[in-house]
Design a protein around this ligand. Structure first.
Ligand code: ADP
Length: 564
């Protein structure tokens, strides 16, 4: 994505406006202006020739003397001349060798001066130009080496720019190319603007690159939520340690007690009886008749193959399952349902829906006016009967038979009290309240805690917590049959927050991290059953606490600790 094409932050090989420039010698060794052997003056060439000619003449002459056994110290006049020429040219060449180096050093210091001047000019320009940020200027200059102090000075300059509104806060990541630095600068600017301290909101030890363009914009830190473990939850023959991120005292302890009761009774079983994410665009025609024609077309089994071909083309995992339409006058709401593999699937289903809308407009329904890709008949993150009745995401039922002695010893109550309480509270009480999917004691508590721990979208807790809890005395009234039916658990193990380190660790603990290698969708379905299993445990424990009159007592113990 575009935001990810970030600029590399200045390091020792890039330039800052605020620091003096230090060039490596090698930067200049072969520059155009540097004197080298090609640029030597003519006199130097001649001296070179004299030097080598004298050396050659002397060597030849001494070789002949040695051959004819003549003494070397007897020097002829020509040899004397050659010796003088050799000495003179040698001295001259020695001087010529050092001179260019000296010139080079002079040139270096001259260029350093020029560079300093360039930086001073740039600074002046920045001061005058309100729209050029120091970070932007970083891009345009040459390599430098920055010290820590210079780094801080530069950050301070950017903080001021953000606080004064000259630099947009949202642009820091792309301009600096360093997400952690961007967050730190934004945070300082925020403190300066608001006059409020953010001490206590941690900044360090977080991978800000991992959320860029994915999970959160304009970060200034992160909130810490403790993660507790309930379990083992014995579900479908497997043991799960369930991570719950919460700040509500009692919640993990209570769910843990429910898990213990389930375990001692032989475990719970679950079934995913539906798996499909939905998206429902709203379109408008000039007549109700045309809207009805499209409804008939979309719901005609003969059309399905054509529509599915258009829908499925944008993903390997999105496979159209059904289309259910609702008419309101000239407006049509089309609820598309599709499988989404291990993704929660909102992106996937939206892309598929867009494909179908394009197809309809270019074929038999060019008069269709697309009002919105989402027309709330989906329905996402809002209480709606359509999800409760039709299901959305994973529809799961989970059950267990809790033995009489476990009800007595672990849950400290009895079967008859639990069945009566369930009927009067979860069923009748919720009916009296006009509940929509809220026929339970506290499913949302467990759903939210597991959602946050495993990187799900917490706002989808609204429909994911739809749950009806049923209790019945079985085995001649001795044991308790308990079930939770949850028609719209919206979870995924790829995409969104699931890829962040801590959330991925929690998914890993459950053995459902990432995409399933064997069957696409198996991991996300398993996660949905774990959510339902944990809800079962939570319902069992809270209902028992209420039945036994323990609720206030235990909250006083865990929520109001002895701390002053
Ligand atoms: P969502 O649709 O839940 O918003 P994303 O679009 O963020 O999810 O993530 C889904 C992405 O992950 C898609 O690009 C998809 O191709 C990819 N992907 C890889 N493996 C799987 C899998 N097993 N199931 C679903 N999606 C997968």
């Amino acid at each position: 994505m575009e935001l990810k094409q970030i600029q590399i932050r200045p390091t020792s090989t890039s330039t800052s406006i605020s620091s003096p420039v230090k060039h490596k010698k090698s930067d200049y060794s072969f520059s155009e202006n540097t004197p080298n052997s090609n640029a030597l003056p003519l006199l130097l060439y001649l001296t070179n020739a004299v030097f080598f000619a004298a050396v050659y003449f002397l060597l030849v002459s001494w070789r002949d003397k040695i051959r004819h056994s003549k003494p070397l110290h007897v020097v002829s006049s020509s040899e004397m001349a050659a010796l003088l020429a050799f000495a003179a040219s040698f001295v001259y060449l020695l001087g010529g060798f050092f001179n260019p180096l000296q010139e080079q050093q002079e040139l270096e210091s001259q260029e350093d001066e020029e560079e300093k001047q360039k930086i001073t000019n740039l600074k002046k320009k920045l001061e005058n130009d309100q729209h050029v940020t120091p970070a932007a200027a970083i891009k345009s200059t040459d390599p430098i080496i920055m010290s820590e102090d210079e780094d801080e000075d530069e950050d301070e300059e950017i903080v001021n720019g953000v606080a004064e509104g000259r630099i947009p806060s949202y642009s820091l990541e792309s301009k600096l190319g360093d997400c952690k630095r961007a967050a730190a600068i934004r945070r300082k600017a925020l403190e300066r603007i608001t006059g409020k301290s953010l001490d206590g909101l941690p900044l360090e030890s977080f991978d800000y690159e991992s959320i860029l363009g994915q999970c959160c914009e304009m970060p200034v830190g992160y909130v810490q939520i403790p993660v507790g473990i309930a379990g083992p939850l014995l579900l479908d023959g497997e043991e799960y340690s369930v991570p719950m991120a919460t700040t509500e005292g009692c919640l993990v302890a209570s769910t843990n007690r429910g898990c213990k009761a389930i375990y001692a009774s032989g475990g719970a079983t679950s079934v995913v009886f539906k798996d499909g994410m939905t998206r429902a665009p709203v379109v408008r025609f000039s007549t109700a008749k045309r809207a009805a024609q499209l409804k008939l077309f979309l719901e005609d089994p003969l059309s399905f193959e054509t529509i599915a071909a258009a829908f499925n083309k944008s993903s390997r995992f999105a496979r159209l399952q059904t289309i259910k339409c609702a008419i309101a006058g000239k407006n049509l709401y089309m609820r598309f349902t599709c499988s989404t593999g291990d993704a929660m699937g909102m992106n996937m289903v939206s892309k598929g829906v867009q494909n179908v809308l394009d197809f309809l407009q270019t074929t038999d329904f060019p008069d269709m006016d697309i009002i919105g890709i989402s027309g709330n008949f989906c329905s996402d993150k809002k209480p709606a009967a359509v999800n409760w009745i039709e299901g959305r995401g994973k529809s799961v039922v989970c059950e267990a038979i809790i033995k009489e002695d476990v009800v007595n010893k672990v849950l400290k109550t009895d079967v008859a009290s639990l069945v009566e309480l369930n009927m009067l509270k979860n069923l009748t009480g919720s009916a009296m309240a006009g509940a929509l999917g809220g026929f339970n004691a506290h499913a949302a508590n467990i759903v939210s805690a597991v959602f946050i721990a495993t990187g799900q979208d917490p706002a989808q807790n609204i429909e994911s917590s739809h749950c009806i809890t049923m209790m019945e005395a079985v085995n001649e009234g001795k044991d308790l049959h308990i079930s939770v039916t949850m028609p719209s658990i919206e979870v995924g193990t790829v995409g969104g927050g699931t890829q962040l380190a801590s959330q991925a660790a929690c998914l890993n603990l459950l053995g459902v991290k990432g995409a399933s290698k064997e069957v696409p969708g198996a991991n996300s379905r398993r996660l949905a059953t774990v959510v339902a299993g944990a809800v079962l445990a939570g319902e069992l424990s809270l209902m028992s606490a209420i039945a036994a009159g323990q609720l206030v007592k235990s909250h006083m113990k865990y929520n109001r600790s002895n701390k002053p």
